[in-house]
Design a protein around this ligand. Structure first.
Ligand code: PMP
Length: 305
C-alpha cells in the first residue's frame, strides 16, 4: 500500500484521517461501543491476502450489538463485502488487523442504550506480532476479577469492558509478566486479558466453558475443531481451577492477535517441563498454515481478497 489508507465511516469510505468522532460522542464518553478484531494474513508465495473467518467475526459483532441495543443495517455478508472493498482499495500486501465497530453515536449527555442512533465503522491497520514470547509466555494469576455476565457480559466484545482487560494486562506487564490469567467471580480461570486459555491434562485438552465469563473466541472455536479432527484429542469444556494450570502438561492461549501462544510458566511454577509442548506446537503450525491459505482442507475458513 502506498499513501493513506481508507476507513468506512458514517456511511461511506473516507481517507483514514477523516474518520473522526467528536469528544461528545456517547461511545467515547460511556464505553458504549462493541468491536471486532479480524486478521488478514499475507501469503507471500501466492501474493494473496486471506481474511480469517470474517463471517464468524461479524456474526459475533452483531450479537454483541444486539446485547447493547444497537441497530446495524448490515448483516455478516455485507460487512464482509465492505471489508473486502476496503482491503482491495488500499491494496494491502502485508499482514493487517481489521477493526469493525458499532457504536452509540449521539452527542448528548445521558447514560442509556435506548433511543440513541448507532453508527458502524471499519478501519484497517498494518499488523506485526502481538507478543514477544509466543513460545514461552510467563503468566501470572491476576489480582483483578473478570467482568461478570451480570456486570458487563464478557461474551460481548463491549468497549467499556476493556477497561477490565487493560487493568489486567498492565498490572501483568508492569509486574514483569507477559500476560495474566483472570479468575471469574466464582474463582475459576476464565481467560487472559484478550485471549482464551487451554490446558492439557492427561492428554485431554481442557478449556473453560462459555458460561465462565469468557469471550467466545473464534480462535478458540477453531482450535477445538482442529484438536478433535486433526490430532484426535478429546476436548472438554469445563471450569478450570487455578491449581490445575500449574500441574498441567501444557498450557496455551488463543486469540486473533496472538493466534496460539505457549504458556510455559505460571507465577513461579514451570508448566510441564517448562518448554512449549507437542500439542501446542502442532496446533501452532497447523493454524499458521491455515490462516495463510496453505491448507486446502480448511480453505472454507478463509476469504481471499
Ligand atoms: N478474550 C478476549 C477478552 C478477547 O478480547 C479476545 C480477542 N478478540 C479473545 C478472548 C480471543 O477471541 P478471538 O479468538 O475471537 O480473537
Amino acid at each position: 500500500m502506498a499513501g493513506e489508507s481508507h476507513a468506512y465511516f458514517e456511511g461511506k469510505i473516507v481517507p483514514f484521517s477523516e474518520a473522526k468522532v467528536s469528544v461528545a460522542t456517547h461511545a467515547f464518553n460511556y464505553g458504549t461501543a462493541v468491536f471486532g478484531g479480524i486478521r488478514g494474513f499475507w501469503n507471500e508465495e501466492a501474493k494473496r491476502l486471506f481474511v480469517f473467518r470474517p463471517f464468524d467475526h461479524y456474526r459475533r459483532l452483531l450479537m454483541s450489538g444486539r446485547m447493547m441495543l444497537m441497530e446495524c443495517k448490515y448483516d455478516e455478508e455485507s460487512l464482509t463485502q465492505l471489508t473486502l472493498e476496503l482491503l482491495r482499495m488500499d491494496n494491502w500486501q502485508r499482514d493487517v488487523y481489521i477493526r469493525p465497530m458499532l457504536y452509540k453515536a449521539s452527542l448528548g449527555i445521558g447514560v442509556r442504550l435506548h433511543d440513541i442512533p448507532d453508527e458502524t465503522c471499519i478501519y484497517v491497520l498494518p499488523f506485526d506480532g502481538y507478543l514477544k514470547h509466543e513460545e514461552d509466555m510467563h503468566v501470572t494469576i491476576s489480582s483483578w476479577r473478570r467482568v461478570d455476565d451480570n456486570v458487563i457480559p464478557a461474551r460481548g466484545k463491549v468497549s467499556g469492558a476493556y477497561a477490565n482487560s487493560a487493568l489486567i494486562k498492565s498490572d501483568a506487564v508492569q509486574g514483569g509478566f507477559d500476560e495474566a490469567l483472570v479468575l471469574d467471580q466464582n474463582g475459576h480461570i476464565s481467560e487472559g486479558s484478550a485471549m482464551n486459555v487451554f490446558i492439557v491434562r492427561n492428554g485431554v485438552l481442557i478449556t473453560p466453558p462459555v458460561t465462565d465469563n469468557i469471550l467466545e473466541g473464534i480462535t478458540r472455536r477453531s482450535v477445538i475443531e482442529l484438536a478433535k479432527n486433526e490430532l484426535g484429542l478429546q476436548v472438554v469444556e469445563r471450569s478450570v481451577d487455578r491449581t490445575e494450570v500449574a500441574i498441567s502438561e501444557e498450557a496455551f492461549m488463543t486469540g486473533t492477535a496472538v493466534q496460539i501462544a505457549a504458556v510455559t510458566k505460571v507465577d513461579y511454577r514451570p508448566i510441564g517441563n517448562g518448554k512449549m509442548g507437542p500439542v501446542t506446537a502442532q496446533l501452532r503450525t497447523m493454524m499458521n498454515d491455515i490462516t495463510r491459505g496453505k491448507n486446502p482442507k480448511y480453505e472454507r475458513w478463509n476469504v481471499a481478497v
